[in-house]
Design a protein around this ligand. Structure first.
Ligand SMILES: NC(=O)c1ccc[n+]([C@@H]2O[C@H](COP(=O)([O-])OP(=O)(O)OC[C@H]3O[C@@H](n4cnc5c(N)ncnc54)[C@H](O)[C@@H]3O)[C@@H](O)[C@H]2O)c1
Length: 255
């Protein structure tokens, strides 16, 4: 029997209580990884961890430096090492920039950008100590092209792409690869919960029809998880500092 792609690797996935993070945690466990399932929602993280072989749950708010450090410490103290970090936790708010308060701006940027910085900051030393590994940041195709009403989210995701590049260059000598995934619209609660606001504010009768026209269909969480497995594994050994777009072509087309 061939060895699984992530056999015995220790991986942290943040925001893994549902959606994309949960799918990545499941795909990593299926490839033999010991997954630390983390989320601000402790019971959601526990539920996912309970369903995966070798997984544990650790509650963590990625906006809090001491909690992210404790998350990394928990992984290392349980398994003796850390090989893979997936800063995936994210939130979005739907509003034009001119009616976004500073507090709303910070709410979005603190999770989506500060949270990724804190994950890199605290995980990289542990991954270096393990002899190298992989960090996979969950960015978004909104880092590449404007999407009205989610300016704070898009700015944070563009920041994640930039952080990915700097971290990749700084950590290359330590054998830590750092890449980003830039998904288009994927079928998750995050998207579903905001569709009524897009429809109302952009006066669109059917947001689903717009997605169908621009990117063919919604992507699935499994399609993102496949890429996250590739980027965590040695199969992507020459890839670092890159943003991998997975969007049904939406960012490549005018119509
Ligand atoms: N769904 C999409 O279409 C899409 C597209 C591009 C990028 N993304 C990105 O993928 C990631 C996951 O998105 P999703 O669609 O699965 O979202 P989701 O809302 O379904 O899941 C996000 C998870 O993050 C957790 N979370 C929120 N704030 C947190 C915090 N402060 N600390 C720790 N955990 C926190 C939530 O509890 C939730 O379990 C996000 O970074 C999102 O921006 C999603």
């Amino acid at each position: 029997m061939s060895k699984k792609l992530l056999q015995d690797k220790v991986a942290i996935v943040t925001g893994a209580g549902r959606g994309l993070g949960e799918a990545v945690a499941r795909a990593y466990a299926a490839e033999g990884a010991k997954v630390v399932v983390s989320d601000i929602d402790a019971s959601a993280a526990q539920k996912v961890a309970d369903s995966l072989p070798g997984a544990i749950a650790v509650a963590c708010d990625v906006r809090k430096s001491e909690q992210v450090k404790a998350l990394v410490d928990a992984a290392v103290s349980k398994h003796g090492r850390l090989d893979i970090m997936v800063p995936n936790a994210g939130v979005a708010r739907v509003a034009p920039l001119v009616s976004t308060s500073y507090e709303e701006w910070r709410e979005v940027t603190s999770v989506n950008l500060d949270g990724v910085f804190l994950c890199i900051r605290h995980a990289a030393p542990a991954i270096i100590a393990a002899g190298g590994g992989s960090i996979i940041n969950m960015a978004s195709v909104t880092a590449k092209a404007a999407c009205a009403l989610i300016g704070s989210y898009a700015a944070a995701k563009a920041g994640v792409v930039s952080l990915t590049q700097t971290a990749a260059v700084e950590l290359r000598a330590h054998k830590v690869r750092v890449n980003a995934i830039l998904p288009g619209f994927i079928d998750t609660e995050l998207v579903k919960s905001h569709i009524p606001e897009f429809e109302e504010q952009l006066k669109l009768p059917d947001f689903g029809a717009v997605v169908a026209q621009r990117q063919g269909r919604y992507g699935t969480v499994e399609e993102v998880a496949h890429l996250a497995v590739f980027l965590a594994s040695e199969r992507s050994s020459f890839s670092t500092g890159s943003g991998f777009v997975l969007d049904g072509g939406v960012s490549s087309s005018l119509l």
